[in-house]
Design a protein around this ligand. Structure first.
Ligand code: ATP
Length: 371
């Protein structure tokens, strides 16, 4: 497969130390509404960076400002060290792939991909070779003469990718690129995106509300909420060390308990919940309100009390859901609290509803998040 698109013809005057994209206090208001509240972000060359968050948190607006489709109300945006303040969308070294593909229905796949080059009055020979390369890169050489309506969703999205890549951007902007695909195709296209990113070595910035997609594809993720960034980190940092209850809850499934920290002399600090649980945590906290987050897969469930556990509570299985590789259980503790537990499907006897059980977990496996 051709790799020559990775050699961008854009003059690269920047050194590898200069970030590809920098947002400095980027602000966007629509009338009285503040959609993006002063974002600071630095994205390195070659990173796969995802912006993740619930609907309406400002992800697309941020991407549109990078693309040049929306002007920031305040703040600065730099691409490869250059201010984009006076640079219109079509002159920026970026290309955007949209969820709805935005292909021209009356043009063949080939013409869709060639469109941007023709507008730029690129010579015929060059158009032919660049379009051919771009189609090859997304494995669509055999579909060049088909019209969008004759293609499947995944094929259309590949053409949309080829159309963005043919311009040889330094930065690819992906706005929910796989959002319109069914689950199986989405998984397949995720692999293709990862593959493409690896081969091209250019910066990808992807907006998504699918946390699994962000975790599996990204080098780093920014979790946004209400126009602000809650946390930026690698997928494992975001998942294992969430800094806020919002991030813990938004990324994956978690159990959250609000309580007060009590320093416990020489032992681990404990968090007392209003229901009466005493949860040992590993953070060095002395007092104050916290939310404790425990992931369902970090909890052990057994019919007998474990010999040793930092945290161990009795309860009754209230609900089980068979998931094939795992069993998802809801356990009601004697305090009335409910816990979600994810058990690998190794046990000969899977937990039944109404079964009395012990749930246990290590202090190091839960996070106390200061509220
Ligand atoms: P989604 O996942 O639903 O696409 P998002 O995180 O991408 O959401 P944005 O589209 O960036 O969110 O919108 C952020 C906020 O800005 C929302 O409250 C939205 O209503 C508002 N907004 C976005 N574009 C405009 C516009 N052109 N005019 C007025 N308000 C807008």
């Amino acid at each position: 497969m051709s790799q020559s698109l990775s050699r961008s013809p854009l003059p690269r005057t920047t050194s590898s130390q200069v970030p590809d994209v920098e947002l400095q206090g980027l602000l966007k208001t629509f009338g009285p509404d503040v959609a993006v509240k002063g974002l600071d972000l630095t994205i390195s060359k070659g990173e796969f960076f995802s912006i993740l968050g619930p609907s309406g948190c400002g992800k697309t607006t941020t991407l549109r400002m990078i693309a040049g489709f929306d002007d920031p109300t305040d703040g600065a945006l730099l691409i490869q060290g250059q201010s984009m303040a006076q640079v219109p969308a079509h002159r920026r070294p970026v290309n955007t792939v949209f969820q709805n593909y935005a292909l021209f229905d009356h043009m063949s796949a080939w013409d869709n991909v060639a469109f941007g080059l023709r507008v730029k009055r690129v010579g015929k020979g060059e158009v032919r070779s660049h379009v051919g390369e771009a189609l090859k890169l997304v494995r669509m050489e055999g579909f060049a003469q088909k019209y969008p309506k004759q293609l499947s969703g995944g094929q259309r999205q590949r053409i949309a990718l080829a159309r963005a890549l043919v311009n040889r951007p330094a930065v690819m902007l992906l706005d929910e690129p796989l959002g319109a695909l069914d689950l199986k195709l989405r998984k397949q296209m995720q692999l293709e995106l990862a593959n493409l990113h690896q081969r091209l070595g250019i910066t990808f910035i992807m907006v998504t509300h699918d946390q699994e997609e962000a975790l599996s594809l990204s080098d780093r993720i920014a979790v946004m909420r209400d126009g602000q960034i809650e946390q930026v980190g690698s997928p494992s940092e975001i998942y294992e060390q969430p800094q806020t209850a919002f991030v813990a809850d938004f990324i994956g499934e978690t159990n959250l308990f609000s309580g007060q920290v009590h320093a416990n002399g020489s032992g681990l600090p404990q968090v007392a919940t209003p229901s009466g649980l005493q949860i040992q945590v590993a953070e060095s906290l002395t007092h104050g309100p916290v939310d404790v987050s425990i992931r369902p897969e970090k909890i052990d469930l057994s019919p007998q009390a474990p010999i040793r556990a930092d945290n161990c509570f009795q309860g009754l299985v209230r609900h089980t859901m068979y998931l094939g590789t795992h069993v998802h259980c809801v356990v009601e503790l004697t305090t009335g609290d409910r816990l979600m537990v994810l058990q690998p499907n190794q046990a000969k006897h899977l937990p039944d509803s109404k079964m009395p059980v012990y749930v246990s977990w290590a202090a190091a496996d839960c996070r106390a998040l200061v509220t």
